[in-house]
Design a protein around this ligand. Structure first.
Ligand code: HPA
Length: 247
């Protein structure tokens, strides 16, 4: 079964999602961000979990990524599409572009980032050379192109800690490191998904130029307006992808 993890601006799938079951939050790793909502989205069975919790109360560094992914897997989820609002660093990543990254640079710290704590299981080093599922990325990009969306089919996601936005120098450094987009919630989520052997991919919506790319300060108002404007495109792509995966 497919799960969609909603990021900033995607707090529900809309009125055509019919709720069938609500999975409570408790896990051995603590509580998930919200109850997992299982139901049918235009007849496709899937789960939805808003990453920042009800009313967007959980900041990126406080999200219980381990609980979220563990609960989804326990509930029978095999595929996860993670929706993330991001800043654009490279030229093709202008606001309102959709991106399906294929690489990650992790700048986050201080987050619970593994299930392999070394207490009761053998030390395990997962392969993370290609951090996202090629199969799932292929599905998302294919339907995105079919729908005629402005979509960039690859790129490197730089994961920062937040909740503050970056300095212009940090973004310059990230650009030198090869990052195309920047967000606060891509890690450790992707790595935990790999530890659980889930097929996991990211659908990112660019909502602003990253700090210092333009010669002006970032405005939350502008970011929120782009989140609002872009999320209907995200929903369209998600629904078409869910149709293919649900078959
Ligand atoms: N930086 C980090 N995270 C973000 C940004 C950004 O510019 N925009 C949306 N999420």
């Amino acid at each position: 079964m497919l799960a969609i993890i909603g990021g900033s601006g995607l707090y529900s799938l809309g009125d055509d999602f019919k709720l069938e079951q609500q999975v409570p939050r408790a896990t051995p790793y603590g509580d998930t961000s919200a109850d997992i909502l299982q139901g049918r989205w235009q007849d496709i069975a899937l789960c939805f979990l808003p990453r920042h919790g009800p009313g967007h109360r959980v900041p990126p560094h406080r999200i219980n990524y381990r609980a979220n992914l563990w609960a989804l897997q326990q509930h029978g989820v095999s595929h996860v599409i993670s929706v993330n609002a991001v800043g654009g660093i490279s030229q093709q990543m202008s606001p309102l572009t959709l991106a399906v990254p294929d690489q990650i640079v992790d700048y986050s710290s201080g987050r619970e980032h593994t299930y392999f704590e070394g207490d009761d299981s053998a030390v395990t080093h997962i392969d993370f050379s290609w951090p996202y599922s090629a199969q799932l990325r292929g599905i998302i990009t294919e339907v995105g192109f079919q729908l005629g969306q402005p979509l960039v089919a690859a790129g490197t996601y730089g994961a920062t800690n937040g909740p503050r936005l970056e300095t212009a120098a940090e973004i310059r450094r990230m650009k030198n490191d090869g990052c195309d987009i920047v967000g606060m919630t891509g890690m450790p989520e992707a790595a935990l998904a790999r530890e659980l052997e889930l097929e996991y991919a990211c659908l990112a919506l660019v909502v602003n130029w990253a700090a210092g790319i333009e010669d002006r300060e970032l405005s939350m108002q502008e970011i929120l307006a782009n989140v609002e404007q872009g999320m209907h495109k995200v929903r369209q792509v998600l629904l078409a992808a869910a149709r293919l995966i649900g078959q």
